[in-house]
Design a protein around this ligand. Structure first.
Ligand SMILES: [Zn+2]
Ligand SMILES: [Zn+2]
Length: 229
């Protein structure tokens, strides 16, 4: 009888261990997604900086948020399980639970900063000052990312129930795709919200997640048949 109880106890401990390890694995995945989200937001804001040379007040806000993103990224990258595979082997349930809680706290701080950065991007995109600067810049320099015409060639679809995109989250806003969301699928099979992806592609012609080239060929322009005279 006593041996049976000891056996059951050992089994329960192993199961608990597997559960906390699975929890930790999910947390690491979550942090990795968060890291790439903050990097993408940082790139987006950095490109805004180029457009805001004539708007010192907006520029200093952008700089402050970029600094916050950088600090948050440093904190995320310093988290042991991401760099330290030994920590992932940790089998002590209490230690893993503690680690998981600390990762969760770091992620929610990063989430606040990401939300702030996205709100700032929205404000900047609506700013008349930016549009003026952008036109001047567009006239002078060739864009580094994809052109509007190229972006327009990417297929768009609307999410319908039971057919939500694989991966289920937009890598830029980290929101779970909902019914009715307008999304674009890239060749690498990664989905993004159209509203999240297009500003990114204007800066970098690649997938925000895996960095695969988004639009390989120049857009096909309709050949105009010479009119028979
Ligand atoms: Zn999104
Ligand atoms: Zn991709």
């Amino acid at each position: 009888e006593r041996e049976w109880v000891i056996g059951e106890l050992a089994l329960l401990q192993r199961q608990q261990c597997d559960t906390v390890r699975e929890l930790l694995r999910l947390r690491v995945e979550q942090l990795q997604l968060r890291i790439q989200q903050l990097s993408a937001l940082s790139t987006l804001l950095d490109s805004e900086r180029m457009l805001l040379l004539a708007a010192p007040q907006q520029l200093s806000t952008v700089q402050r948020v970029i600094d916050l993103l950088t600090a948050s990224l440093t904190e995320l990258l310093a988290e042991p399980p991401i760099n330290d595979t030994d920590a992932m082997q940790c089998s002590h349930a209490a230690a893993v639970a503690q680690l998981s809680a600390s990762m969760s706290a770091i992620d929610s701080r990063a989430d606040e900063i990401a939300t702030m950065a996205r709100a700032l991007l929205e404000v900047l995109h609506a700013s008349p000052q930016r549009l003026r600067v952008q036109r001047v810049e567009a006239a002078g320099a060739a864009p580094a990312g994809a052109s509007e015409e190229q972006i327009g060639t990417l297929p768009t679809s609307v999410c319908v129930e039971h057919q939500l995109p694989a991966g289920d989250r937009c890598p830029i806003c980290l929101c779970v795709f909902q019914c009715g969301d307008t999304v674009r699928e890239l060749q690498c099979k990664h989905y993004h919200h159209r509203a999240c992806l297009d500003p990114w592609l204007r800066i970098k012609n690649c997938c925000s997640l895996c960095k695969a080239v988004a639009i390989e060929d120049p857009p096909v322009t309709a050949e105009v048949e010479p009119s028979a005279a």
